[in-house]
Write a protein of this length. Structure first.
Length: 118
């Protein structure tokens, strides 16, 4: 009986860890904010990210794709994803679409928008 209880507890723990998908905690620019043209996007997640298997796309006013630099991790923080923006962004609404891969082999995705002011 006791052995069965311990086994159940161990199985539950594994299940909880496997469900720890990456959630976007904060972003710069913030979702819904109006900012001066940013030089980079910084996205902080709840889990470590496998950056080579993750994607961030930026679309400008009217939905046109905006070229960005390579998606990278923060220097000491595997939960921080940094995307350099090489072009100077014109005023307008921009949409960030992200798809992150975590070491547990799960993907999560999401999107948010920010506005570059005049
Ligand atoms: Cu997961």
């Amino acid at each position: 009986m006791r052995k069965a209880l311990i086994l159940t507890a161990a199985v539950s723990l594994v299940a909880v860890q496997a469900e720890a998908h990456a959630r976007l905690l904060t972003a710069t620019p913030r979702a819904g904010s109006t900012v001066a043209a940013p030089a980079a996007l910084r996205l902080r997640f709840s889990e470590a990210i496998v950056v080579g298997a993750s994607r961030v796309a930026l679309a400008g006013p009217g939905g046109a794709p905006v070229a960005t630099g390579r998606v990278a991790l923060g220097s000491k923080d595997k939960r921080l994803v940094v995307v350099p923006i090489t072009a100077r962004l014109a005023p307008g609404v921009y949409r960030v679409t992200w798809k992150m891969h975590t070491p547990d082999d799960h993907n999560t995705d999401g999107a948010f928008a920010f506005t570059v002011k005049r």
